[in-house]
Design a protein around this ligand. Sequence first.
Ligand SMILES: *Cc1c(COP(=O)(O)O)cnc(C)c1O
Length: 436
Amino acid sequence: MSLNTPPGRPISDAGRQALLRQSAEDLFPGGVNSPVRAFKSVGRPPLILTSGSGSRVRDADGNVYLDYIGAWGPALLGHAQPQVVEAVRAAALDGFALGATGPGEIGLGQRIRAAMPSVERVRFVSSGTEAVMSAIRLARGATGRDLVVKFAGGYHGHGDSLLVDAGSGLATLAMPGSAGVTEGAARDTVVVPFNDPAAIAAAFEAFPRQIACVIVEPVIANVGVIPPDSGYLELLRDLTASNGALLIFDEVITGFRVARGGAQERFGVRPDLTTMGKVIGGGMPVGAYGGWADLMRQIAPEGPVYQAGTLSGHPLAMAAGAATLDLLTPALYEGLERAGARLEAGLRWAAAEAGRKVSISRVGSLLTVFFRPTAPRNGAEALESDRDAFARFFGAMLDEGVLLPPSQFEAWFLGAAHTDADIDATVAAASKAFRA
Ligand SMILES: *Cc1c(COP(=O)(O)O)cnc(C)c1O
């Protein structure tokens, strides 16, 4: 199916979406299989999307939207990129999963290692959450320590020990952030504010020789985009090294997006362990974790840290990932940077025209318009944004045929399929929507 029609609302199957929505609500909690798809925070009924092509997606009523959800990160090349589709089709003909090591895993593993020098050895899993849970188990196993430090506003999947909120104070042990997470699971996590050198230093002082690892999104992208202050990632590197703790970069979003070699390339800081997902699966369910060879030797069957997966390194996912990475050329990243700058400049102009005080944070193809006057430097500041204003903006953009992530606290995912004309159409829509 071609989605070459311009964004807009050519109604063909009106009513189909409402019926599907009803069935979904009947079947699934909240009508969805992942919470943010419910559009709850923007007060809109959720979209039922039936297809995507390039920079566009189509809903079940036939409306076409310019898409900035980008599958929540994987769609760096746009939807249904022909070479990726062909690679998956070819892999499927050889069988979906054979339950043994295959050439696809080796091919994708080699591509990842070549892009990220800190990843000397790698293990594939099936989601970002699984990658993070496994990397943390490895960090604990390798150091013999229990505590994990994370940053307020950082998201690392839905594993128990990371679904926590900070208590008050600079460096406190955490409280469960979800029903069903035990205090025991939360107790081993320390939450500190991002971009705050004193807070992370205080955490190491408060828990000497107890911290197994610090896990960080090197660019926070799950409370909206928050770049690291200059020198901050280097500080994390120094403090972890001098305290015998491991540094984990959660590059599930940033890997192969903010640079081929991820944030560790872009900012020039090498972690001990890296978690990946999203782009490396080209839209298929994939996660991976990797790091220095001597650390990765601790993983079963070579070492004592157990971790396994029936569908790990799935051939179709490996094929989609390898085909995707092969298209990520230096020219593609330059194009993404240019497109990101064009979108940012256009949005700044549109907001100023409309007299709307917003801030825009961007790292390459990740961008957030915060409905607050200054760019947040940590999770707490991000949460001070005006959610109602965002919800009005979101709705007005949708009415103009532009689909943003349905939350103030998510990054817009720009991809290589977004053309200059797409970006200009987005800016034109925003100059109306900022007045909503
Ligand atoms: C999406 C995400 C995860 C979780 O990945 P899933 O594939 O959704 O389990 C972990 N960390 C970060 C930084 C993410 O953005």
